[in-house]
Design a protein around this ligand. Structure first.
Ligand SMILES: *Cc1c(COP(=O)(O)O)cnc(C)c1O
Length: 373
């Protein structure tokens, strides 16, 4: 008998979600209905923001947030090369240029000193990413932004449930902070996203631009600016409301899985585990990514795990070394050595709230026997 395959991620969805979706279907109002405003209000409360705008994806949220802070053609946005490609792409949508700076070797987040060195005449905004749910050093970026007159947009797509050292939840510092609700995230609506923010004018702009540029007090067909269709349906919002009710439990289960992994994987020579939480901050556990020992052939490890029914994947590749970015901007190896070293050795292991102790032991055993033959 072979064991069932252990997937990389699996959402927690139950009868409450089914009921909520059916209720919306039966109501006949599938979009721009009561679930939308309710989900926004509850989500803003959750992350300590004054308000929030639901959108069709994290990527759409990043796009509208960059527009809302005034990023446009010819501007530069300083950001991390160690991220999901969407954070850099969002700048390109507006004809702006993502300017990368290297990451901190421990937290894997954009290094504030490197970001400072990357600021130039055309820099308009900073776009730190809370990678793997670990809070970026926002106080440092806020000082930098104030000193240079820059806007901040936070990519918090991996960081729901995280908190800074001063206790502020990630997303609650006032700048637009963007969350994502794809099925592998801490909260899912299938596809979806949210921009948490303080400024009421900015919310009006985002709400209009997600809805074809329609102004809130005008009729359906009156459009006073360029907009997009980045709406999130009431079906998705109803899912999100139920998922918010589960959130504390899901975050706790994720934390427990991370702690079990940490014990099960301790002492493998040269392998690095996710960095511990420093100075009272809290990670919103999103993935469990290890850095393999130097010289280990990652593809061989992935193959050996797959042969034992365990999914794993390189996570994340460096954005500047993707073929599209190389060709468009002439990036090459060696520009951001920390990011490149981490990107070359990092491996995401199966990670989700319902990952059991037996499965964790199976993953750890397989990894150990592959690395310590
Ligand atoms: C998930 C994610 C996004 C947004 O993804 P969507 O699929 O558009 O919701 C953006 N940035 C990071 C770092 C992410 O992990």
């Amino acid at each position: 008998m072979t064991d069932a395959v252990i997937p990389l991620a699996r959402p927690v969805l139950g009868e409450a979600e089914e009921r909520a979706v059916i209720e919306v279907l039966r109501s006949g109002q599938l979009s721009l209905g009561p679930r939308l405003t309710e989900f926004e209000r509850l989500f803003a409360q959750q992350v300590g923001a004054a308000r929030a705008s639901a959108v069709s994806s994290g990527t759409a949220g990043l796009h509208l947030a960059l527009r809302a802070v005034g990023v446009g053609v010819g501007d530069e946005v300083v950001t991390s090369p160690f991220s999901f490609v969407a954070s850099a792409n969002a700048a390109l949508y507006e004809g702006a240029r993502p300017v990368f700076a290297d990451i901190d070797p421990l937290t894997l987040n954009l290094d504030p000193d490197a970001a400072a060195a990357a600021i130039g005449e055309r820099t308009r905004a900073l776009l730190p990413v809370h990678i793997f749910g670990y809070p970026a050093d926002m106080p440092a970026f806020e000082r930098l932004a104030a000193g240079h007159g820059l806007a901040i947009v936070e990519d918090a797509c991996e960081a729901l449930g995280a908190a800074h050292a001063d206790g502020t939840p990630v997303g609650g510092r006032g700048h637009p902070a963007v969350f994502g609700f794809y099925a592998n995230k801490q909260l899912t609506t299938g596809e979806g996203g949210m921009v948490a923010l303080d400024d009421p004018e900015m919310k009006l702009r985002i709400d209009s631009e997600r809805n074809q540029g329609r102004s809130p007090d005008m009729g359906w067909l009156d459009h006073d600016r360029l907009g997009f269709n980045y709406r999130l349906s009431d079906i998705a919002c109803a899912l999100g409301i139920v998922q918010l009710r589960r959130l504390e439990q899901v975050l706790l289960a994720r934390r427990q899985v991370s702690e079990r992994y940490r014990e099960a994987l301790a002492g493998i020579d040269g392998m690095r585990l996710p960095c511990p939480e420093e100075g009272g901050l809290r990670r919103g556990w999103f993935v469990f990514v290890v850095q393999l020992p130097a010289g280990v052939d990652r593809d061989r490890v992935i193959g050996a795990l797959a042969a034992r029914g365990i999914q794993s994947k390189p996570y994340l590749p460096a954005i500047h070394l993707m073929s599209f970015y190389r060709e468009r901007f002439g990036h090459r190896e060696g520009e951001f050595p920390v990011c490149e070293r981490v990107a070359a050795s990092s491996l995401a292991l199966p990670f989700f709230p319902e990952l059991g102790e037996g499965e964790i032991a199976r993953v750890a055993g397989a990894l150990r026997s592959t690395l310590e033959p």
